[in-house]
Design a protein around this ligand. Sequence first.
Ligand code: PSU
Ligand code: MN
Length: 302
Amino acid sequence: MLRVSEEVAAALREGRAVVALETSVVAQGLPPPANLQAARSCGAAVRAEGAVPAAIAVLGGELVVGASEAQLERLADPSRKAAKAGARDLAALCGAGRDAGTTVSATCAIAERAGIRLFATGGIGGVHRRVDPLDPPDVSADLAEIARRRVCVVCAGPKVILDLAATAEMLETLGVPLWGYRTSQLPAFFTEASGIALEHRFEGPAEVAAALRMHWELSPGGAVVAVPPPSPLPRAEIETALAAALRAAARRKLPGKEVTPFLLAALADATGGRTQQANLELLENNARVAAQIAVALLSARV
Ligand code: PSU
Ligand code: MN
């Protein structure tokens, strides 16, 4: 059912370290040329740590694991209008022969199926803030999917556009471990730490790998490793820009899937592109940490 690249298939067969990468960040999360740049720098960061990157995407109705440079270029081209795939969209998009970037939820589903245990992204989706209390609740499918897939998601916490405290609570409800990587506070994507305390902190890849091994003896589900961003932006400035962006999003009555890309683009505009630069840096950093954990995990079967 999966179209696995030769390189990724060989790595999995030989028991080498593999890191899944999502492509909604390429197709929807970042504009060109940053989107392709992000895909390339994450792939290179994974390789530099001795692991094999596996960019996951839907291309021409196939579930691709290990997208090529040409395939990434195709997803990064806005004129080709790739869809945004959550896990529940995969079967329909394949039936229709479409191209799509995979969100965290879709990437988790496909990575698990491929037997890939580590997955790096920027910031996970979560519980959205509500501007108008009459708006319907908007909770990213990422959370429920992480909960049911045997995948470790390495990220810089939930995206700062979200209700961070509610997202952390929801992960608790779903039984998803939320581990700080060299931090005791929940990171908040490209801003300074959230102030939300994390109960469990790890100092290096070997410790995370040992905890993952144990977790997967106890539970079939996923875990979240939250890594502070390398160049965080000041919280107050981002919150001010975000308040305006949230009001603009509410006025436009955007359909659910368009909310996250709209807010990220609005923050990039409001900060003269600084959020975008910080986003690129944290994506690459997360890819590096995920690769280190994937390598550390090789010393035991999971
Ligand atoms: N990380 C980024 N930028 C992004 C995303 C993650 O740095 O754009 C994507 C992920 O694919 C995530 C999705 O799954 O945004 C969440 O979208 P939503 O809130 O609509 O579920
Ligand atoms: Mn949503």
